[in-house]
Design a protein around this ligand. Structure first.
Ligand SMILES: Cc1ncc(COP(=O)(O)O)c(C=O)c1O
Length: 384
């Protein structure tokens, strides 16, 4: 009898690797046509036809007043910091990708890490005011996994202390709050179009902002400070998006709404199945928010689940499932930041970084794959 039960519970690994994500790809023939257009135009970068079309499509999609396109999200964020003249100290979250605090450090700004909210995994707005000093010039909040921060409270704090409000919305392209794009809040928002994001232009990114007076400075900062043939108006870098990236982005934008629908189905299936498993916490949709399902994070409670997040991560690999410990390690524990940041001061962020695991989610994942992943997680839990 014992033998039969064991046999029933066994399951074969996936024959091919199941990655945490796969890039959204346009139809190859559509892309050939775009490449042909680019070859005909003989214009590869510096605001060509594809760039102009991509910008127009994005302005419409985001219902944005102003956007500027970049070769990646990191440089877009870097230029946002420079355009707003941010200095001194900036309050941010440690539970983010390395790019967020690094961009501050590269601008000689001290990232001041604030603990996170256990429910949303975003910066804990109740803990921000205690960290404000005369040197604080801005809050850099991250919409982690595409889940919106407490924008209203952040806005209130920033108005009260005359701080700039920047959103790292790298994960949140396509997210809306009450039908409004998430990029319409704060002083500037940055979206990343990296290949691993729900929407991509291979690499790329954009800034979205309401203040049209920033247009000129942002453009100068992104293109060596060149104002015209005879004038270099300031020190700037090269952060331009090229024509191939723009063409890829245009085509992907057309299929992005369908990609969100597919991801939503996967997220719903994961939630349904994982709700029955003790020791796993999943995040739910928020009322009035249109989500983009860019990630599917789960939180493992070792005591209840039976094994640790790290053990689950390793055991999933044996089944050819490649999940991701995201974000781990926590930014405040990087060797470059650890000196000023004790884990005891950021207890929630440290706890979450040790228990979070992002499961595979992308439009090509089949229902049967998701069901099998969930089954494997249950088997791993029961075999401990
Ligand atoms: C939260 C966050 N911020 C910033 C970035 C940087 O974006 P990019 O990879 O486009 O430079 C990423 C991306 O990977 C990210 O996840």
């Amino acid at each position: 009898m014992k033998k039969i039960i064991k046999k029933q519970a066994s399951i074969k690994p996936f024959p091919n690797p199941i990655y945490v994500t796969r890039p959204l790809m346009p139809n190859i023939n559509d892309f050939y046509k775009k490449i042909s257009d680019i070859f005909d135009a003989k214009w590869l970068t510096n605001s060509g036809n594809q760039h102009a079309e991509f910008k127009k499509c994005l302005l419409k999609f985001l219902n944005a007043k102003n956007i500027n396109l970049f070769c990646n999200g990191t440089l877009a964020l870097d230029i946002a910091i420079k355009a707003l003249d941010i200095k001194g100290e900036v309050i941010t979250t440690p539970f983010t990708f390395a790019a967020t605090p690094h961009v501050l450090s590269l601008n000689n700004i001290r990232p001041v890490f604030c603990d996170i909210d256990e429910k949303t995994l975003n910066i804990d707005v109740e803990k921000i005011e205690a960290l404000i000093t005369p040197k604080t010039s801005a809050i850099l909040a991250v919409h982690v996994f595409g889940n919106p921060c407490d924008i209203e409270k952040l806005d209130k704090i920033c108005k009260k202390y005359k701080l700039k409000l920047i959103f790292d919305a790298a994960h949140a392209f396509g997210v809306k709050i009450n039908e409004k794009s998430i990029g319409s809040f704060g002083d500037i928002s940055m979206f990343s179009f990296h290949a691993t994001k729900a929407f991509n232009s291979i690499e790329g990114g954009c800034l979205m902002y309401n203040d049209s007076q920033l247009n000129e400075k942002i453009q100068l900062l992104k293109n060596f400070g060149i104002k015209n043939e005879n004038e270099i108006a300031m020190i700037g870098t090269n952060a331009k998006l090229n024509e191939l990236q723009a063409a890829f982005g245009i085509l992907n934008l057309k299929i992005f709404p369908k990609e969100i629908e597919k991801r939503q189905k996967i997220a719903r299936l994961y939630r349904k199945i994982s709700e029955k498993t003790k020791g796993i916490k999943v995040m739910q949709d928020i009322k009035n928010v249109k989500h983009n399902y860019s990630y599917f994070p789960i939180l493992i409670n070792k005591e209840e689940f039976g094994i640790s997040r790290d053990d689950l991560y390793l055991k999933l690999k044996k089944y050819n499932i490649f999940s991701r410990k995201y974000f781990y390690p926590l930014c405040s524990n990087f060797s470059c930041y650890a000196k000023n940041n004790k884990p005891a001061d950021l207890p929630i962020a440290n706890k979450i970084a040790d228990s979070v695991l992002c499961l595979p989610i992308h439009g090509d994942l089949k229902t049967s794959d998701v069901e099998k992943i969930c089954k494997i997680i249950t088997i791993i839990k029961n075999e401990k």
